[in-house]
Write a protein of this length. Structure first.
Length: 345
């Protein structure tokens, strides 16, 4: 990371405060609850239509198409839960929590409290070795130090982790469900544990009950496998472009908040359709700088923030979706190749 990226020290204390005044003055932190209400109603309406199609189709292998469509709309609900976790939707903490619990625990089967805690730690220490939980995702290795600790099958996986990355994402949905159940059972300090547990039970009972009541056992198993694999792939493919392949920091890196958030994040260019598909996460730089900024405002904040970074000599990284995946895979491949070379030596 160059000195130009780090910027002058005299600028570092005041730059974020100046940017915050510009953003707040432009009204970009104002809540947009009606925009969210429209989006939630649309997603729930689509899921309702898919529910009717599911029942009308009955025992049919065409239900795999329904499973794929349901995966996408469940992902959209997960994005709403993400926004509620950042208090983007309502000013009231309680209102955001209620919506988050419904979208996460009840509708998608993910513990809201567990995920918010994990995600807040990521925001506080993005791409920071030993601090960012998103860099501690077994069996992947994101740093040479992580790769060096792998042995046996772990080392073999690291050598081929770039090729295995997207297939591995198909297990992400199951991982999120499993981690949520473990958090409900044993994680200390989890807020609303009884409520979260009850909503998770309702989710799994309704989901599995409907699938196994309507479909034959083989069809039900295939439905669940397709649905969960594509749910995990969709979420993972939406989150992966944000930081993978961007600079990884250590505790020794002396960066202020503004540069820590911008230099470790990547934006993905695209129109409104991509904005909707990625839940606004393609504006990752803006989101990391202002986590409570409502999703509909991110695209309006981008020109202001990009210009501000240019004026202050801060690298602002933006690319296409395909290029973002390619950069992330190139990083995983480089780590795997380095691990192979150490092993051969």
């Amino acid at each position: 990371m160059s000195n130009a990226d780090l910027g002058a020290r005299s600028d570092r204390g005041s730059a974020y405060a100046e940017l915050s005044r510009l953003v707040r003055g432009a009204g970009l932190l104002d809540r947009r609850p009606w925009r969210y209400a429209t989006r939630i109603a649309f997603v729930l309406g689509c899921l309702g239509v898919l529910g009717v199609v599911f029942v009308r189709l009955g025992p049919s292998w065409w239900q795999t198409a329904v499973a794929a469509a349901v995966a996408m709309f469940l992902g959209q609900l997960a994005f709403v839960g993400h926004d509620a976790g950042h208090r983007q939707i309502f000013r009231s903490r309680r209102a955001n929590e209620v919506l988050g619990l419904v979208c996460a625990n009840l509708l998608t089967g993910i513990s809201y409290g567990w995920w918010v805690d994990k995600h807040n730690r990521h925001h506080a220490h993005p791409n920071t070795e030993g601090r960012d939980p998103d860099l501690m995702v077994a069996p992947l290795s994101f740093t040479p130090g992580q790769a060096a600790t792998q042995r046996g099958l772990g080392a073999l996986f690291v050598r081929h982790q770039a090729a295995l990355f997207f297939p591995l994402l198909m297990a992400e949905g199951v991982h999120l469900h499993g981690a949520s159940v473990r958090a409900i059972i044993s994680r200390p300090g989890l807020r609303h544990r009884p409520v979260e547990a009850g909503l998770l039970v309702l989710h799994f009972a309704a989901y599995l009950g409907a699938v196994f009541l309507v479909l034959s056992v083989p069809q039900a198993i295939v439905f669940v496998l397709v649905n969960q694999a594509l749910f995990g792939l969709y979420l993972g493919s939406s989150f992966a472009p944000n930081h993978k392949g961007m600079p990884i920091l250590t505790e020794a890196d002396d960066l202020d908040y503004l540069r820590r958030q911008v230099l470790t994040s990547r934006n993905v260019r695209g129109g409104r359709l991509l904005d909707a598909l990625l839940g606004g996460l393609n504006y990752q730089i803006e989101h990391h700088l202002f986590p409570s900024m409502p999703r509909p405002n991110l695209r309006h904040a981008q020109p202001l923030i990009r210009q501000f970074c240019a004026e202050h000599g801060i690298a602002y990284h933006e690319t296409t979706l395909i290029q973002s995946w390619a950069q992330g895979l190139a990083h995983l491949r480089a780590i795997g190749t380095g691990a192979t070379h150490r092993g051969d030596g």
